[in-house]
Design a protein around this ligand. Structure first.
Ligand code: PEP
Ligand code: MG
Length: 307
């Protein structure tokens, strides 16, 4: 079976009726890039930058971060690399951040909330990301967005960073895309407004399931209630795709659900533009896409979902 999948390398990720669906890969560190190339992913749809901050005694410098981002971008040689800004707090805690103890960390001080609260930490990362963009096709993605105000603050900060780099004469790609993760119900239901502010969406179904169904994603006792196939999740995804496309931006899925081949037809029917999954799933999904004729399945799937 693996041999058969290998034959799909280099082949377009396109349905029988010519609809393209990018299959990208998720990575956690530079060490994963080999598997991305080995499986011929079209790009990296989620680089979880947390690892740069983990297992060390102090904040990583701009230069340290820049080198990692540059290395990934260069190795991907022009293929898109979506790098997610720091997503810590909740499950991922880091000593030197000195985070307060919380009753409900998943609902607490995490991700973009920390970044906006500690602009010097966020600015250091943004500077490293923009500088690295001169060496490949980098896009910047911000996690855990719940409001328009947050997005505007992030954009203002990115603007400041770019002005600084301009003044210093530092090189960066002026066309770097800035996108957000849609992984809270709030972001789903204001996605029409958010879409006017950003270049792309990536739906984080792991957190979206947790927050929509009120089920702690880390509690094994709740496994049978953690159901990403729940209609509330699938309809949320459809709504986000529609908001994105009405505003002319692309939308992907980077949570685990994107890798479920039982839903590939559904995502095609909805019009999802990109799936980002563990490298090992890339070619299997490409096979699935290439065997599908969207026109044949679309109406029944959307009717069934009530969309
Ligand atoms: C998600 O929430 O679906 C996601 C992709 O991000 P993480 O699993 O890192 O929270
Ligand atoms: Mg998440």
């Amino acid at each position: 079976k693996k041999e058969l999948l290998k034959q799909l390398k280099g082949k377009p990720s396109e349905t029988l009726d010519g609809r393209r669906m990018d299959i990208f890969a998720n990575i956690g560190s530079f060490a994963d890039v080999g598997a991305v190339l080995e499986n011929d992913a079209g790009g990296i749809g989620l680089f979880r930058s947390e690892f740069i901050y983990l297992e060390r005694e102090d904040y990583p410098t701009e230069e340290e971060q820049f080198k990692v981002y540059r290395q990934v971008a260069q190795t991907m040689a022009g293929r898109k690399v979506v790098i997610r800004t720091l997503d810590i707090g909740a499950d991922k805690r880091i000593g030197y951040f000195d985070l307060p103890k919380e009753e409900n960390p998943a609902l607490g001080y995490r991700a973009v909330r920390i970044c906006l609260d500690r602009p010097e930490v966020f600015k250091t990362q943004l500077r490293a990301l923009y500088r690295a963009s001169a060496f490949g096709n980098i896009a910047v993605m911000v996690p855990m967005i719940t409001s328009l105000a947050e997005v505007r603050e992030v954009k203002a900060m990115a603007g400041t960073v770019r002005e600084e780099l301009d003044r210093e004469g530092a090189a960066y790609d002026k066309a770097v895309e800035l996108g957000i993760m849609v992984e809270t119900p709030a972001a789903v239901w204001i996605s029409d407004e958010l879409a006017k502010e950003v270049d792309f969406f990536s739906i984080g179904t792991n957190d979206l399931t947790q927050y929509t169904l009120a089920v702690d994603r880390q509690n094994p006792k709740l496994d049978r209630f953690y159901d990403p196939h729940h209609k509330a999740i699938l309809r949320s995804i459809k709504h986000v795709v529609d908001s994105a496309h009405k505003n002319g931006i692309w939308v992907g899925i980077c949570g685990e659900l994107g890798a479920d081949p039982a839903l590939t037809e559904t995502f095609l029917a909805m019009g999802v533009d990109e799936l980002s999954v563990s490298p090992a799933y890339v070619l299997g999904l490409r096979k699935k896409v290439r065997e599908t004729r969207v026109q044949d399945v679309k109406e029944a799937i959307l009717t069934d979902l009530g969309c």
